[in-house]
Design a protein around this ligand. Structure first.
Ligand SMILES: NC(=O)c1ccc[n+]([C@@H]2O[C@H](COP(=O)([O-])OP(=O)(O)OC[C@H]3O[C@@H](n4cnc5c(N)ncnc54)[C@H](OP(=O)(O)O)[C@@H]3O)[C@@H](O)[C@H]2O)c1
Length: 211
């Protein structure tokens, strides 16, 4: 199986890359800055340089599983949210279908459950996440959409809480736990599911059995 990891150089993407490497799962890291190649080659990965704001279909050849871990940065604004949190996810579904990929995994956000309930500053971001999630689900490609709550750079807890709404009372979740959820979900061959989660006390493997 060959996996394309889009957004490999991001905070969550790097953790997913490490876990794919630890699990001996071959992957190709998609990055936009060629200077970051060596970091992924050290993990035994192939690399492809591409910009999500342009045509990046050349990255999809020979790929079974596509993981979309990219995102606009918190300060970049609506145009980048449209390009990176929506349009590039939609293009990934199109390219996955054209190239016969078997599964598209997207790291979305808990806020995508109820964009209209999002705080004003996050409303557009949430709408973009929701629109791209809906597109992926209707694309005909098998998918797995992960919707984590607020992310931290803390070490993994190994535990989460499944939720299907956003809210200020929910605990944040470590990016490393998102990476663990992703790998566990792949191993369990979960597909055509939307999995929302926040920080919690249920061991990840047990939580995924209920997903
Ligand atoms: N922040 C939160 O609390 C939160 C909560 C729930 C869900 N999420 C979602 O979780 C995912 C991971 O978030 P994160 O904070 O770990 O991500 P991050 O550290 O901000 O990394 C974003 C990645 O996207 C890449 N990227 C952005 N624009 C690109 C472009 N035009 N072409 C190619 N690559 C591009 C970046 O590349 P460079 O390394 O080259 O910059 C980087 O690898 C995102 O989808 C995010 O929306 C975040």
């Amino acid at each position: 199986m060959s996996t394309l990891l889009i957004g490999a150089s991001g905070r969550t993407g790097r953790l997913v890359a490490e876990k794919l490497h630890s699990a001996a799962m071959p992957f190709c890291a998609m990055i936009r800055n060629a200077a970051k190649r060596a970091e992924f080659e050290r993990l035994g990965a192939r690399t492809v340089v591409a910009d999500l704001a342009a045509d990046f279909s050349h990255a999809f050849g020979g790929t079974d599983t596509v993981i979309y871990a990219a995102g606009s940065s918190e300060t970049e604004g609506a145009e980048q949210e449209r390009l990176i949190d929506r349009d590039a996810v939609m293009k990934s579904a199109d390219y996955a279908k054209q190239h016969g990929a078997k599964l598209l995994v997207v790291i979305s956000a808990l806020l995508a459950y109820d964009p209209e309930q999002s705080p004003q500053a996050l409303r557009h971001y949430s709408e973009m996440k929701r629109e791209s999630d809906d597109y992926v689900m209707a694309s005909g490609v098998d998918y797995l959409i992960l919707r984590p709550g607020t992310l931290t750079t803390e070490p993994a807890a190994g535990t989460i809480e499944l939720v299907s709404h956003a809210g200020s009372a929910l605990a944040p979740v470590a990016r490393e736990d998102v990476a663990i959820v992703l790998l566990e979900a792949l191993n369990a061959k979960l597909m055509n599911k939307v999995i929302g989660f926040a920080g919690g006390t249920v061991p990840i493997r047990d939580a995924l059995k209920q997903a």
